[in-house]
Design a protein around this ligand. Structure first.
Ligand code: CDP
Length: 280
């Protein structure tokens, strides 16, 4: 199967508005996705991408905990720790956008060149560990778990994440990873999990914190980079990302947890208690 480009008829069927919720019958014409029905299909995509409707059905008896929030809200570390406490899997969706940005940079592709980026999906070969105690991100044979956190990747990722075909492709991939979970539940974190990836999740949370607190947390994570530079990059990424997905306001039915005045353990407890309450 060859990669669709924006000139392909199939690509024209993809949503044109950036925050559009994919229709349930979309996703069968994914750019570069291996055909799950074809055992002969070869390709580096490690997780098969099924029909999104099928994956939603497969996930129906799972407890899905959807967590959205801006950069530096503590989403990733809180989600991972909550998954560990609950005995659930954990999926970091931002890692996929970051890994694709890393792949574009490594391939000499301009992240703003949508057609070229879409063309990369066929050979993306993305794999992520969903065990909270065995987290890794790979592109093909390369472990990119550390490399995708580099500032050059953070600076490129928003351009990648605004390409509708990329979002469409990755949303289906995220759903297939959810459906493949063999634990009782999965904590999935990102920007559009409560609204697009898993809008019918049993628990939907918006994790926020005041901007100064988020910047301070992120610069503490990235030692060796000036707090000012980290803050500027984070604010710029938030601005670009918020044009694509609204992750600063809770959608209907989504519970906001503001971690500004909570420490890490208190934030994890707030998430775990909410999950227990909702699933009791
Ligand atoms: O951890 P941090 O909030 O800094 O970012 P991330 O979760 O690693 O996500 C990296 C980037 O991927 C974001 O800045 C968004 O551009 C994009 N992203 C997205 O568009 N949708 C998601 N569900 C997750 C991430």
């Amino acid at each position: 199967m060859t990669a669709n480009t924006p000139t392909d008829p199939a690509a024209e069927e993809t949503p044109t508005t950036l925050s559009a919720v994919p229709e349930s019958d979309e996703g069968t014409q994914l750019p570069g996705a291996p055909d799950p029905a074809d055992p002969e299909t070869e390709g580096p995509i490690l997780t098969p991408v099924p029909d999104p409707e099928e994956s939603t059905q497969a996930a129906a008896d799972l407890v899905v905990v959807a967590i959205d929030g801006p950069a530096g809200s503590g989403k990733s570390s809180v989600s991972k720790a909550s998954a560990r406490k609950l005995g659930f899997d954990y999926q970091d969706t931002g890692a996929a956008y970051r890994a694709l940005a890393w792949f574009a940079l490594s391939s000499g592709v301009d992240p703003h060149d949508s057609a070229m980026v879409v063309g990369l999906l066929e050979g993306f070969g993305y794999a992520i560990g969903t065990d909270p105690d065995d987290y890794f991100v790979r592109v093909g044979e390369t472990d990119v778990s550390e490399a995708i956190r580099e500032p050059r990747v953070s600076a490129a990722v928003s351009a990648i994440a605004r390409i509708p075909e990329v979002r469409h492709y990755l949303v289906a991939l995220f759903r297939s990873i959810i459906a493949d979970t063999d634990r009782p539940g999965i904590v999935v974190e990102g920007r559009d999990i409560t609204t697009v990836v898993a809008p019918d999740a049993a628990v939907r949370i918006l994790l926020t914190a005041d901007e100064e607190v988020r910047m301070a947390r992120r610069s503490a994570e990235l030692s060796g980079h000036s707090a000012e530079a980290v803050g500027e990059q984070l604010a710029s990424r938030d601005r670009q990302d918020s044009r694509v997905v609204d992750f600063l306001n809770a959608a209907e039915g989504v519970t906001t947890i503001d971690s500004t005045h909570l420490d890490f353990d208190q934030t994890v407890s707030a998430v775990v208690e909410l999950v227990r309450l909702r699933t009791a």
